[in-house]
Design a binder for this molecule. Sequence first.
Ligand code: HEM
Length: 390
Amino acid sequence: MTPHQSGIDLWAADVLVDPYPTYRALRELGDVVYLTHSKLYALTGYDVIKDALADPTRFSSAQGIGFNDDVNQALQGTSLASDPPTHTQLRAALSENLTPRALRGLGEQIKANAQALVARLVKQPSFDAIDEIARRFPIGVVADLVGFQGEARANMLRWGQAAMEVIGPMNQRTAENFPIAGELYGYCSQITQDALTAGSVGWGVFEAENKGVIPAGAARHIIHQYLGAGLDTTLAAIGNTVALFGRFPEAFAKVRADLSLVPSAFNEVLRYYSPVHVWSRVTTQDVEVAGVKIPRGSRVALMLGAGNRDPRHYPNPEVFDVTRNPIDHLSFGYGPHGCAGQGLARMEGAAIIEALATQIKSFRIGEVARVPSNVTVSFDTVPVLDLEAA
Ligand code: HEM
């Protein structure tokens, strides 16, 4: 069967700021839709996306996971742009420092920092949740994780955002962000262990390199990946959390009344607004997906955000339900490349939700705004108004 076709541009500004009607339209066309504008096969349904993520033999990352040749070239040598067995080795080094055991100390600090941040904010009747929480909090966490000081700390936000933006197709946003992503690359390629706080996870990655546990030169790649992958994504998730609690006060009230709902609420935030809306693979052979033939060598867009709203998998997907606990959402990917930093991201999300739920009785939000962004779906402004402390 030939796929249904659509002329829609997934990266048009109006689609990026409100992608949900487009997700629905494409999903209703089929599980596989050929996007004539971008010359891509898009997978739109939950099951077909998950199957592709689970199958690196047919859906490969080796040619990169981005939508332009320059970024896919730049990613060569990283875990993201590799398949097993190479990936298995790179991944072991990458995730060893992000295991629950490695993160144990950081977890307590993250909780305390979240409580302190919200304690300062509840003294103000209004503030912008993106500036004051979503940007501030993950920068502190990733800077402490890697052990950054000085110059790097000041640039982390720009660098992290650019690293995600350049994964898009070669549009104006991608072109403008390449030089900034290059600054991050340049910084990481000359970073030395003594520039990092002794005892931090970043410092430990260098120790592992010194002891020959990971190959020479690998530490800088790993730190680059923590920064590239760990910031803009978490920023989006935390901003989305405040925006959704503001839009659905009854959901916030449920979490306040029962703090055991915190992990479920964060999963639902991630399902409802997938921070990474699209990612990609390349087919290594002719494949058949939902009866549609996709030729070998095709770039396939995995529409994580559309899969998370597939009504065949999640009943009433447009309803934000903090009791749903959708632990199988696609926002962290799935399979061998499934997010290596999800333990840390979950700690951050839970810490923020708990601090909001224990210290704030109620609030409302003013007009929220999104700026178009190639890969991450996040808000640029979420004004918190009329805050009443608990
Ligand atoms: C809510 C926040 C986050 C989201 C939504 C997210 C999303 C993702 C997704 C979708 C992938 C899969 C890539 C693929 O299949 O090719 C991934 C991989 C990855 N993530 Fe995250 N991420 C988040 C936070 C973090 C954090 C905090 C870190 C580290 C500090 C991190 C580090 C990584 C790394 C290193 C990979 C590559 C794993 C591999 O290639 O095997 N992420 N992430």
